[in-house]
Design a protein around this ligand. Structure first.
Ligand code: HAM
Length: 407
């Protein structure tokens, strides 16, 4: 299931013209402090830090965006040109583990550099939408979207918000009080009932946006409408990492309980400059693969699962000579049938035992070869899932029969 979902994601990214980048798992701690932000939960309390021999503080990467920007700068991938990149691999955060939240988890992320137009923001959302649709999950995931404006606009808003929250500090919960100094925007995420009342009366980001920022966001939404992608506007969506500007979005499901965010991202036009490059517009997202797999499991029943992965042909030989006869035929089948898995039973033994193994493997068809098949130049094709009649066929007729069935 993991492979199928990964393959679907990679295929989707490939069809949108994104190229794979392989990033290291360990990076300098300073990269994440500067990139993700000092006041974020990730940097404050969730990084796995390593003492290196030469004293340079290193960390297991908690996310991929900062690493991707670092690599793009180091290797000139985003200099004066457009780059559409993706990466996959484990990320590490020292969080309290629960269903859907792990200390080592897997992301597939994308980052696109050099495009300031709102169509890119919509393209990134569209990639998610196409992938979820291809996995028949689109009915189970909703898109929430917001804009947090340019960096100066966000700063002005953060100050106003901080002032409002500070004048209501008696009502705030302990976590929000702590965040008041370090990361006031994150208080908008608070689930605490009293804090939520204070937030409801707080100044709104929208009134701090310039016409350009509003226009950018409106165009993103127009693109989404043109792509027939439904969304919910969420004025309180801010994301937990510091680098975002303008569009931010999250794909959420109700099927996984508390850890329902399956994919998240947005624009981060200031990060390349923060990390030492020239001002470069950029945007991206990361899918939490563990959660996507959990959702896939929750939504698709076991029977669908068997049906989806059962293009399996299991080859059984009655004796050693038949096995040697069958192995090159299995290779020819692998070449001739693109969507088929061909397993040869190399353990051997009684035919009945081999057929039981075929069944246990979930085979759709078995091919049986013994002395009489070899003598006549045919193969016995036996349906394992009530998908047709048993028949003795020439190789070509057998391939046609399987092509009819599997495509
Ligand atoms: P993030 O929201 O921190 O964003 O993580 C993205 C996704 O990774 C989450 O929506 C979730 O599905 C998954 N995830 C995060 N933490 C855990 C965990 N402890 N266990 C399981 N899954 C988890 C980022 O990481 C940004 N770098 C995304 C991005 C790319 N923004 C722009 N470009």
């Amino acid at each position: 299931m993991w492979s199928r979902i990964e393959d679907a994601a990679k295929h989707c990214l490939c069809t949108f013209g994104y190229h794979e980048l392989r990033l290291p798992i360990i990076e300098s701690t300073a990269l994440f402090e500067r990139g993700v932000g000092d006041g974020t939960d990730i940097v404050e309390k969730e990084m796995f830090n390593i003492d290196s021999r030469d004293g340079e503080p290193l960390s297991l990467r908690p996310e991929g965006t900062a690493s991707c920007v670092r690599a793009a700068l180091q290797h000139g991938l985003a200099f004066n040109r457009v780059a559409r990149l993706w990466y996959q691999g484990p990320m590490f955060r020292y969080e309290r583990p629960q269903k859907g939240r792990y200390r080592q988890f897997e992301q597939i992320g994308t980052e696109a550099f050099g495009i300031s137009k709102p169509a890119l923001d919509a393209e990134l959302i569209d990639i998610n939408h196409q992938l979820f649709t291809s996995l028949a999950l689109d009915g189970h995931i909703t898109l929430r979207i917001n804009t947090i404006g340019s960096l100066p606009e966000r700063r002005a808003y953060t100050e106003a918000l901080q002032k409002h929250l500070d004048s209501n500090r008696d009502t705030l919960d302990a976590d929000s009080l702590r965040r008041l100094q370090t990361n006031p925007l994150r208080i908008l995420d608070s689930k605490h009932a009293e804090t939520r009342k204070v937030i409801a009366r707080a100044p709104k980001m929208h009134s701090f946006l310039s016409d350009d920022s509003k226009h950018h966001f409106d165009q993103v939404l127009e693109c989404l409408q043109a792509l027939s992608i439904g969304f919910e506007l969420d004025p309180y969506l801010v994301r937990g990492l510091d680098y975002y500007t303008h569009t931010v979005f999250e794909f959420e499901t109700e099927a996984l309980g508390a850890q329902g965010t399956v994919s998240a991202g947005g624009r981060y036009d200031g990060l390349v400059e923060t990390l030492g490059g020239r001002p470069t517009p950029a945007a991206g997202f990361a899918i939490g693969l563990d959660r996507l797999v959990l959702l896939y499991q929750a939504v698709h029943t076991e029977t669908e699962e068997v049906a989806a992965c059962s293009n399996l042909v299991y080859c059984v030989a009655a004796d050693e000579a038949s096995l040697r006869h069958l192995m090159p035929i299995a290779n020819q089948l692998r070449r001739d049938l693109a969507h088929t898995t061909v397993v040869v039973d190399t353990l051997g033994g009684k035919l009945a035992t081999q057929m039981r193994r075929a069944d246990r493997e979930g085979a759709r068809w078995a091919i049986i070869v013994g002395e009489s098949e070899r003598a006549e130049g045919v193969l016995t094709l036996k349906p394992m899932r009530e998908v047709g009649e048993q028949a003795r066929l020439t190789y070509d007729a057998l391939v046609l029969r399987l092509l009819e069935d599997h495509g």
